[in-house]
Design a protein around this ligand. Sequence first.
Ligand code: CA
Length: 430
Amino acid sequence: MKRVHFVTAMAASVIFAATACAQKPDTRTGESGRGCEPLETRTANSPEQKPAFAGQTRACGVKTAAAIEVTVLAKGLDRPWAVEPLPDGSFLVTEKPGRMRIVSAAGKVGEPIEGLTPVAQGGVTAESGQGGLPPITARGQGGLLDVALSPAFAKDRTIFWSFSEQREGGSGTSVARGVLSADGRKLSDVRVIFRAMPTYNNGLHFGSRLAFAPDGKLFITLGDRFDLRTMRPLAQSLEAHNGKVVRINPDGTIPTDNPFAGKEGALGDIWSIGHRNLQSAVFDDRGRLWTVEHGARGGDELNMPEKGKNYGWPVATYGEEYSGQPISDITAKEGTEQPVYYWDPVIAPSGMEFYTGAAFPEWKGNLFVGGLASQRLVRLVMKDGRVAGEEHLLTDRGSRIRDVRQGPDGFLYVVTDESNGELLRIAPKK
Ligand SMILES: [Ca+2]
C-alpha cells in the first residue's frame, strides 16, 4: 500500500512541479539552493512530497550568538499546559488535570486557585455540576488548557481559559472567563463564553490556544477531534468547530465583520477552516495572527490564518497517516492555502511566542514554538512573512516543551509537560 501511495504521489508531484516554483529544496538531501545548511537533515517521512516554494521546509540552520542561561524557576507542577506572565513578575500556570496556580517571581508555587471544577476521568458526576461551574475533564489530551489575560487585566483582573468541558454525551473544548481576586486566590463571575460543537466522546485533538488581537477580539484555536471518519472531515465544514480558528468578542458574542457571520449554514464565529490540531497561536507586532498545528506524520505547519480562508486539512496536506497510509495524496489544491512552513519530520508543536524583548536583541521578530515529542524549543527567524532560519534550543534537557511566553523583563519562560513539570527561565548569561 505504501508503494502504491508513493507512485501515485510521485505522479501528482510531477504534475505539480511543472506549475510550481522552479527553485525547490530537496527534502531528502536538504539542498535548499539558497547557499546555506538546513538545520533538519534527517530523512523525511514523505520524501516524495515537494514544497510549493523555496524555504517552505528545512530552513537554514542559525545559531544565537549570545550565551544563554537556563534557570529552573519552579518544579513540581503537574503537567503544566500554559504559562502566562503577570504584570507584577509572577506567573499564572495551568495544570492539565484541572488546576490553575500562581508561581511567584521567585519561583514559589501557590495553592490551586479556587473557582475551577475538575472532573475525575469518567462521566459527568453530581459533584461536577456544583456551583454551576464548568466541569473540566482531563481525559486523554483534554483538561485545563490555555490561559490568557484580558488586554485590560491591570484594571479588570479578568482572565480567559480554555478547557475540555465534560458534557452530556462526551466533551468539547470550551472557553470561560472569570475575575481573579486581588490576592490571586479565587476566581469569581465565572462563565462560559464559547463551546466548540459538536460534543464528541473521545479524549483527542481539543486544541487549543487563546490569543487577543490588538483590537481586543479573542481568537480561539481548535483541534479536529481526530476520528478519521466522524470528526476529521468536519475540519472542512462551516457547520462545526472542528479544526477551526474562531474569532469572538470577549463577552462571547460574534463580531459582525466575521467572514461567515449571518450566513446560512455556517457558524458565525469561524475565522478560518481546514486545520488539524492547532496548539499555538500568537499575534506579531504588525497585528498578524500566527498559528502552528500538529499535522499527521510529517505535516506540522506554520500558518498565518487570514479571514475566511481554508488551510487544507484533510483534503490537501503534507505528511502521511501514522500508519504510513496516504491522507489525501495531494499537498496543494485550488482554494486552499499553503502553509508558510512545514516540518517533516515533525516537531509536535505546542505553545508559541513572538519575541519583542530587549534581553536578546538578535531575537527581535522571531517566533518561538515549544516542541513536545521533539523535546526542544524551536526558534524561527522570520523575513518577509517567511521562515529564513531555524534553531533548536533546550535540546539537552529531554523535556517536552508545552508553552513559551515572554516576560515583562524580555526573558522567555517555558513550562515542561511532565508530572514533575518545570517552569524555566531563559535569559542572557551574565
Ligand atoms: Ca494545512
